[in-house]
Design a protein around this ligand. Structure first.
Ligand SMILES: Cc1cc2nc3c(=O)[nH]c(=O)nc-3n(C[C@H](O)[C@H](O)[C@H](O)COP(=O)(O)OP(=O)(O)OC[C@H]3O[C@@H](n4cnc5c(N)ncnc54)[C@H](O)[C@@H]3O)c2cc1C
Length: 351
C-alpha cells in the first residue's frame, strides 16, 4: 500500500518530520491548531520589528542533532552576549548586587534570524496546502481498515498518523476510539511539558544602554518578578531588548500588573533609563491551550520525558507518539524534537 502521512502539530518535530518525508516523496499533511506554525518556537516581532523569543531560544554544542540540522539548513548560530558584570538580588529589602560570573565553559548559542528561522526554513520546503492552520484535532478513530483523524467539521485519513503534541495534552485533549492503552495514558498524564509553566517577557530598547556601564544585561533574582534575564540583542540587526522569565505565580495577574512590576525591578537594577523602553511583550505559557493543560497530579520538571513506552508504535503500526518530550535524550528541548522527528522518520521509511 502506498504510504501517506498525517502529522498533528506543526512545531519543530512535525515540520522536520514533514520536511524529511516530503524529500523522500511521501505525501504528507500537517494539521495545526494555532493560526501559526512553530508551536513552542515563536520569535515574536515587537514594535519596530525587534524580535523577542517567546519560546525556545538557546542551544549548546551538546545538542548535536540540532547543530547538524542547522548546518544542513545553512542557518548560523552565535553565542549569547554575556560580556560584563551581572546582577544578583538575593533577598527583598537588599539592593541588587553587581557580580562577576566566571566564564561559561559551555556557552549558550542563539539561532541567527531568530529561532523561528529554523521553523520557516523547514516550512518553505512544503506547499501551502500541506499545512492546515486553525485545524484542531479532537478525535482519532481506528478500525481494521483505516485510521481517521477528526476535527470539528472534517475527517482526514492516512496510512500513518503522528502526534507531536506534548503527551499530557495528547492524553487530555484528544479522544481515541478504541482508547489508547491505559499504561500510555497513565504515563502521558504524568509527563512534564517542558517550560509549560513559564512566563517569558521581553522589553525592547533603541540602544543597549546597560552595555555602556559594562553590564551584560544578565540578572538573577530571588525577589522577582524577574527570576532570570539576559541581553536579547540580535546579531543580524541593530535591535535591542532584555528578555527573561517571570515568577510563574504571576500567571493569574494581568499583563499591566506584570509589566509594572517588571519595569519597577528593571529600574531598581539599571536605573531610570530602563523606563525608556519601546515595548513590553510577554507570553504566559500556562494560558496557551495548545501547549499546556493542567496535570491531574503535580509533576516534576522533565518527569517521564523520554519514557521507553513512547517508542512503541500503536494501532497496528499506524500511530506514533512523537514530540520533544518523547525523545530518549534531551527530552523537552529543541534537540529532543529533532531526535524525535528523525527517529520517527526512520521508522516510517522502514515500515
Ligand atoms: C518558554 C519556553 C522556552 C523554551 N526555551 C528553550 C530553549 O532555550 N532551548 C531549547 O532547546 N528548548 C526550549 N524550549 C522547548 C522547545 O521549545 C521545545 O522542545 C520544542 O519547540 C518542542 O517542539 P515540538 O514540535 O515537539 O512541540 P510543540 O512545539 O509543542 O508543537 C506541538 C504542536 O501541536 C499543536 N497542537 C496542539 N494541540 C493540537 C490539536 N489538538 N490539533 C492540532 N494541533 C495541535 C500546537 O499548536 C503545536 O504547534 C522552550 C519552550 C518554552 C515554552
Amino acid at each position: 500500500m502506498k504510504k501517506n502521512v498525517l502529522i498533528i502539530g506543526a512545531g519543530l518535530t512535525g515540520l522536520l518530520l514533514a520536511y524529511r518525508l516530503k524529500k523522500q516523496g511521501i505525501p504528507v499533511i500537517l494539521l495545526e491548531a494555532r493560526n501559526r506554525i512553530g508551536g513552542r518556537i515563536y520569535t515574536h516581532l515587537s514594535a519596530q520589528e525587534t524580535p523577542i523569543e517567546m519560546g525556545a531560544t538557546w542551544l549548546g554544542q551538546q545538542h548535536t542533532a540540532l547543530v547538524r540540522l542547522l548546518q544542513e539548513l545553512d542557518i548560523p548560530i552565535y553565542a549569547q552576549y554575556t560580556e560584563g558584570s551581572a546582577w544578583y538580588e538575593p533577598i527583598p529589602m537588599q539592593a541588587p548586587q553587581e557580580v562577576q560570573l566566571p566564564p561559561n565553559e559551555s556557552p549558550s548559542y542563539r539561532i541567527q534570524g531568530g529561532s523561528s528561522a529554523l521553523i520557516h526554513k523547514l516550512a518553505k520546503a512544503l506547499e501551502r496546502e500541506e499545512i492546515h492552520l486553525n485545524t484542531i484535532v479532537t478525535n482519532i478513530e481506528v478500525s481494521d481498515a483505516s485510521i481517521e483523524v477528526k476535527t470539528k467539521d472534517k475527517t482526514y485519513t492516512a496510512s500513518k498518523v503522528i502526534s507531536t503534541l506534548p503527551p499530557n495534552l495528547l492524553a487530555t485533549s484528544i479522544q481515541f476510539s478504541p482508547e489508547l492503552p491505559e499504561e500510555i495514558t497513565t504515563i502521558a498524564k504524568k509527563t512534564h511539558t517542558w517550560m509549560g509553566e513559564s512566563i517569558k517577557f521581553g522589553v525592547s530598547y533603541l540602544t543597549p544602554f546597560w552595555r555602556e556601564n559594562n553590564w551584560s544585561g544578565t540578572l538573577f533574582s530571588n525577589v522577582g518578578p524577574i527570576t532570570e534575564m539576559y541581553d536579547h540583542a540580535t546579531i543580524e540587526s541593530e535591535k535591542y531588548a532584555l528578555k527573561g522569565f517571570l515568577n510563574s505565580n504571576l500567571s493569574n495577574s494581568t499583563k499591566e500588573e506584570r509589566k509594572e512590576k517588571v519595569l519597577s525591578q528593571l529600574t531598581r537594577t539599571f536605573g531610570k533609563r530602563a523606563l525608556e523602553y519601546i515595548s513590553y511583550e510577554e507570553t504566559v505559557w500556562q494560558k496557551q491551550l495548545f501547549t499546556y493543560t493542567p496535570y491531574e497530579n503535580y509533576v516534576l520538571p522533565h518527569q517521564n520525558n523520554g519514557q521507553a513506552i513512547y517508542q512503541e508504535v500503536l494501532y497496528n503500526n499506524r500511530f506514533y507518539i512523537a514530540g520533544s518530550e518523547t525523545a530518549s535524550y534531551y527530552g523537552g528541548y529543541m534537540e529532543g524534537a529533532v531526535q524525535s522527528a528523525q527517529q520517527c522518520f526512520e521508522h516510517i521509511i522502514r515500515n
